[in-house]
Ligand binder design. Structure first.
Ligand SMILES: [Zn+2]
Length: 430
């Protein structure tokens, strides 16, 4: 190849890399997917769904962040939000978005083997996170879009993917380095658009509490409180900006799961259990999917794993504790390994690195939701919601039908959530 050609190719690659590393805004022109129907626009209420990743059910009571506390005082709060099993980020965000348990919507872990595609799904692989064919069910923004409602998202699991050929009208590729201020300002800009282009459903995501919880665990009160109060300030700016628009915006604040504490010494090295001749191992920390190799009996694998049981147990998938139903999705694999609470699978290398760095405790989630530490939050405020109302702990499958109800969308019959379980938080005339 000539030197000039090589230079041109190198320059092209560098430019592409630079473009990729910047946070490129990808915005569809409004109404490019579904035609905006003016009569729909005028009647549709506004709904803002905010996810605070890893926000445990007891943080507000414990630390009293001012803006969230006053949001709750004049709105609705549930004692806690019960996540679906496994209590991980991808499965639960997408359960909130679809009203389906992970078994049905298909995102059964942050990482899992897909038998139909014969490939490993990993949430960290942007190509996969953006591939709509992994996402089952009909997320709320897809349903809204089909009904002619303009939708927007500053991050939420699934919004980067074309699901049933549809993305939110405005959306961004996930980049957790984007400052919270930018997410808040863009949301306010959307709400200040002229009416025909203004989204009536917006999703927002903040990862701060998950990050601090994982790094320090939940017992480092200074670190948690500092992160919480910074996030609370962002939320305060958002609430103030929304009230200045004078629009009747309903706001739902949720989290995907809570957080538990873990000692570094309680990491179970997965390397000591793996056996490539007998099975494939998909490690999700608090649940390990075991896929016996072709021609290997499930019982043979079970016997092998049971001999290894130490601070964990091996189960046939259908008998695994934690599931709210009998799982039927093939992608779980035939056997699950479940660590005792406070134990966790990682590899030996990672365990050694933590010990070397002097890390003694950190935060984890993913366990059975019978452990209250895994519970998240559900708060709501706006014209559709009662004032100062408290409801018992609710399952996150019920949020989807609630959002359908608020947006005036028909609730699909085949979902796991049930509007009756949550409807009492709405004002009577809603
Ligand atoms: Zn997390």
């Amino acid at each position: 190849m000539k030197q000039g050609t090589l230079l041109l190719i190198s320059m092209f690659i560098i430019v592409m890399m630079l473009l990729n590393s910047c946070n490129i805004k990808i915005i569809n022109s409004p109404g490019s997917i579904t035609k905006t129907d003016v009569s729909v626009v005028e009647k549709t209420p506004y709904l803002l769904l905010i996810s605070l990743d890893g926000f445990r059910w007891d943080y507000v009571e414990k630390y009293n962040p001012p803006n969230l506390s006053s949001f709750i005082k004049s709105g609705v709060k549930s004692a806690s939000l019960i996540p679906s099993f496994p209590t991980k980020t991808f499965p639960n965000h997408y359960t909130i978005a679809t009203g389906l348990y992970p078994d049905k919507h298909g995102l059964i872990g942050n990482i899992f083997y897909d038998y139909n595609k014969e490939t490993l799904f990993n949430k960290r692989n942007p190509k996969m996170a953006e591939d709509g064919s992994f996402y089952g069910g009909s997320p709320i923004w897809v349903e809204a879009n089909k009904a002619g409602i303009v939708t927007a998202s500053y991050f939420f699991v699934g919004t980067e993917a074309k699901i049933q050929g549809i993305r939110p009208t405005y959306y961004y590729k996930f980049d957790n380095n984007v400052e919270n201020e930018q997410r808040v300002n863009q949301t306010l800009d959307w709400l200040n658009l002229e009416e025909t282009n203004r989204p009536h459903l917006i999703t927002l995501y903040f990862g701060d509490m998950d990050k601090v919880g994982h790094t320090y665990g939940t017992r480092d009160e200074d670190k948690l409180k500092t992160a919480l109060f910074e996030l609370d300030k962002n939320l305060g700016d958002l609430f103030k900006g929304i009230s200045e628009t004078n629009l009747p915006v309903n706001i739902i604040i949720v989290s995907d799961h809570g957080m538990g504490d873990q000692s570094t010494h309680n990491i179970i090295p997965i390397d000591s259990i793996e056996n490539d001749d007998l099975f494939m191992t998909i490690e999700n920390g608090t649940i390990v999917n075991i896929h016996p190799k072709k021609a290997i009996e499930i019982d043979t694998v079970l016997q092998y794993l049971r001999l290894k049981e130490h601070n964990f147990k091996a189960y046939r998938t259908e008998n695994t504790p934690g599931f709210e139903y009998i799982p039927t999705n093939k992608n779980w694999g035939a056997i699950q390994l479940i660590p005792d609470f406070g134990y966790h699978f990682w590899n030996q290398r990672r365990k050694d690195a933590l010990i070397e760095d002097g890390v003694t405790t950190f935060g984890v989630h993913g366990y059975d939701s019978k452990y209250k530490e895994m519970h998240g939050i559900f708060y709501a405020n706006g014209p559709a919601f009662k004032d100062g109302y408290e409801i018992h702990s609710i399952k996150n499958i019920h949020i989807y039908p609630l959002m359908c109800e608020i947006l005036g969308l028909k609730i699909p019959e085949s979902i796991d959530g049930d509007i009756k379980e949550i409807k009492s938080i709405l004002k009577e005339n809603n």
